[in-house]
Design a protein around this ligand. Structure first.
Ligand code: ADP
Ligand code: ADP
Length: 226
């Protein structure tokens, strides 16, 4: 079955700029999918619409079969998102950021604490749990956003340029972590402009350019073309 179905998706911003010109995209459940494309292609706009942070102009988006127009609450429960920009309160501690996120999804205090501990340990942030987020390095902030996105154990994890500006060592350990999350059953979609990142993680890819899907194929076929 499908984790994501997008049909005829368009976005024209308030200034008249046509960021998405009617894109179609399917992602199967269990897939590790890359959305590739140059800066300004429309990747963040697409992700923003899937997560209901950006209002679409027209078209259809279904998450595990449910339209985001009809059933936003359910779609949100199924999705975890790691945005490009850090968007948590700089004074909150690492622990509070993850536990409070679990609270938004209605998890009990004890389950929230259990999950927060598990993910903070896996992402090597356990020692930083009492630290205010503003004190973290860029790489730690990225890992914190991943822990926060996973605490409600979504079926679909979406990451927008998760390793941008991250050094190669941390990038590799994030890849290992994400591959493991995917192996345990979570569908993952990431945007990237590192072909190497898509190559080492992803089975299927789409290339988006100027608001249109230029290519939709699997990684093996793409590499043969290059
Ligand atoms: P929407 O159409 O979804 O309501 P807007 O067009 O109102 O979005 O844009 C929100 C804000 O972002 C506006 O202030 C807009 O001017 C600003 N903005 C304009 N161009 C860009 C851009 N290239 N990247 C990011 N923000 C932009
Ligand atoms: P990508 O993530 O692939 O770099 P984006 O989805 O961020 O691309 O942006 C696609 C295009 O839409 C870009 O040309 C960008 O400048 C424009 N854009 C993004 N946000 C806004 C906005 N709020 N208002 C107007 N234009 C925007």
């Amino acid at each position: 079955s499908k984790a994501l179905e997008i049909k005829g998706l368009r976005k024209t911003y308030g200034n008249g700029f046509e960021a998405l010109k009617g894109i179609d995209l399917d992602v199967n459940e269990g897939d590790f999918f890359a959305l590739l494309g140059p800066n300004g292609a429309g990747k963040s706009t697409t992700i923003g619409i899937i997560c209901s942070l950006v209002k679409k102009t027209s078209g259809e988006v279904r998450v595990f079969g449910k339209s985001i127009d009809d059933d936003l609450a359910n779609a949100k429960k199924d999705i975890g998102v790691v945005p490009q920009e850090f968007n948590f309160s700089s004074f909150e501690t690492v622990w509070d950021i993850v536990v409070n996120q679990a609270g938004y999804y209605g998890l009990s205090r004890s389950l929230a604490a259990e999950r927060a501990e598990a993910y903070l340990r896996q992402l090597d942030l356990w020692d930083k749990r009492k630290v205010a987020s503003r004190m973290l390095s860029g790489g730690m902030k990225r890992r914190l956003m991943i822990a926060r996105a996973l605490v409600h154990e979504p079926r679909l994890l979406i990451l927008d340029e998760p390793t941008a500006g991250v050094d190669i060592e941390l990038r590799r350990s994030m890849w290992t972590f994400l591959a493991d999350i995917n192996r345990r059953g979570t569908t993952i979609i990431l945007t990237t402009h590192y072909l190497e990142e898509a190559e080492s993680l992803c089975r299927n890819i789409a290339i988006i350019d100027s608001g249109e899907i230029a290519e939709n194929t699997n990684m093996k076929a793409l590499l043969k073309q290059l």
